[in-house]
Design a protein around this ligand. Structure first.
Ligand SMILES: NC(=O)c1ccc[n+]([C@@H]2O[C@H](COP(=O)([O-])OP(=O)(O)OC[C@H]3O[C@@H](n4cnc5c(N)ncnc54)[C@H](OP(=O)(O)O)[C@@H]3O)[C@@H](O)[C@H]2O)c1
Length: 233
């Protein structure tokens, strides 16, 4: 799709990757609307981007997610793309996971994004795009991260079916599967402490790959382990 002039809703714009994506999309000429939980950081980003419309939401509360996407579509006069960059992580052995934590993890990482995308689809132009940030663990479930891996694998599986079902509308579904990036996400975990993680991957490369994916026809952004680079396929 053409990013210049595109109407793009970024949910999770208060996060590090979501904020970077919103800035880069705006710099490339998109008209962005910003969804996020932290109202102050959301307002600050909106100011930085010249008064972009904002919607405060809690992904756990599907009503608020749905209301936010509807408000974003109204503010922009429709949508050409929706980017969901909200997410949380939790650590620890699968056998010890707390039920309430697992529920929140799936609500934020899986059920909420699915609901917001469903809410966006009636507003999304044919030929538009859906961008979901799953993670490398969707394909490579990781010790001490069983529930996070499962929540992202579920989102990824859903995205792969959605992509096929939206083909008649020519809506692209881009599944972004970054490796570990030093955004501080792991220090905001719902539970547990992170296991030893690989060196943080370049945040800029993730953002560049998403924009390249939006401009083209790729299905996913994945790490090529041999090259140590993100590739579109
Ligand atoms: N960083 C990595 O290593 C990595 C690797 C692979 C995939 N990812 C995925 O990339 C996405 C962005 O992560 P990030 O690294 O940019 O982390 P981040 O800076 O912590 O951003 C997380 C975002 O999720 C939002 N969020 C969390 N719980 C929420 C809730 N209940 N309601 C609404 N928003 C909520 C946060 O909102 P507030 O700040 O407003 O609370 C924030 O905008 C996530 O889906 C993550 O799983 C990250």
């Amino acid at each position: 799709m053409e990013i210049q002039g595109a109407r793009v809703w970024v949910a999770g714009a208060t996060g590090v990757l979501g904020g970077a994506l919103a800035r880069e999309l705006a710099a490339a000429g998109a008209r962005v609307a910003l969804g996020g939980r932290d109202a102050d950081r959301l307002a600050a980003l909106a100011d930085e981007l010249g008064g972009a419309p904002t919607q405060v939401l809690d992904v756990v509360d599907v009503e608020s997610g749905r209301a936010a996407v509807t408000a974003a579509a109204e503010a922009l006069g429709g949508l050409d793309a929706v980017v969901v960059a909200s997410g949380v992580v939790a650590f620890g052995p699968a056998a010890d996971a707390d039920d309430a934590v697992v529920e929140e993890l799936f609500a934020v990482n899986t059920l909420g994004p699915m609901s917001m995308v469903r809410g966006a689809l009636p507003h999304l132009a044919d030929g538009g795009a859906v961008v979901l940030l799953s993670a490398i663990v969707a394909d490579a479930p990781t010790l001490q991260m069983a529930e996070y891996s499962a929540s992202k694998a579920a989102l990824s599986a859903w995205a792969s079916v959605l992509r096929r079902e939206l083909r008649p509308r020519r809506v692209a579904v881009l599944d972004v599967k970054p490796p570990h990036v030093d955004t501080g996400l792991v220090h905001r975990a719902l539970a547990g402490t992170p296991p030893r993680l690989p060196a943080g991957f370049d945040q800029r490369a993730v953002v560049d790959a998403v924009l390249a994916g939006l401009r083209g026809t790729s299905r996913e952004v994945v790490l090529d382990p041999k090259a140590g680079e993100l590739v579109l396929r």
